[in-house]
Design a protein around this ligand. Structure first.
Ligand SMILES: [Fe+2]
Length: 187
């Protein structure tokens, strides 16, 4: 179904995101994780160099909704990045959907391009384990323990680690402070 440019650009505000999280019965710990990812993403967004422009509302919504189908996926075993994207696209939030779809693996990552909202949300998610801020390396260790049941999965996690480090370096290049300082502003 073709969508009008107006509806394709719809971005839910914070209250609408919280309503969606409730409507899709997001487990409380996943909701807490998502709110913390939002705080990290906004701390990054708020410490970008002044010439960098980022859609803060888009970052907020995508961070809050990135795991919208994660709770359901625990039973169905569906791929939650793809299914979350599909759900949000159906709801008319196609820009948010685009980011949610890529929160596990970014497609066509350009290390030398301009910074994009999807990179900030992806990176913020990688820095939040449950609701605690951790380093990329700690997060990778956690992924290995929780999901690294086969050699193929462990190799995939290693590839993901490389992408995380590329994104970390890319974002750092657009920031006016260190990442450490930016994240220290989160209370
Ligand atoms: Fe996720």
């Amino acid at each position: 179904m073709a969508m009008s440019p107006e509806s394709a650009d719809k971005i839910p505000d914070r209250d609408e995101c919280e309503e969606l999280m409730a409507r899709y019965a997001m487990l409380p710990h996943i909701a807490e994780h998502s709110r913390q990812v939002m705080r990290v993403a906004l701390a990054v967004a708020d410490h970008l160099k002044p010439e960098v422009s980022i859609n803060r509302k888009l970052v907020t919504a995508a961070a809050l909704l990135h795991d919208i189908t994660k709770t359901r996926s625990l039973k169905t075993r569906e791929k939650h990045a793809a299914s979350g994207g599909a759900l949000l696209r159906e709801l008319g939030f196609s820009r948010v959907a685009e980011i949610v779809e890529q929160h596990v693996i970014i497609r066509d990552l350009n290390p030398d391009g301009g910074i994009e909202e999807k990179e900030i949300v992806y990176y913020a998610d990688k820095r939040v384990m449950h609701d605690t801020i951790v380093s990329v390396e700690d997060r990778v260790r956690d992924l290995m323990i929780r999901y690294g049941t086969t050699e193929a999965i462990r190799e995939q996690i290693s590839r993901n680690r490389k992408q995380m480090l590329v994104v970390e370096k890319k974002i750092a290049g657009f920031m006016k402070t260190t990442m450490h300082h930016a994240l220290q502003t989160i209370i």
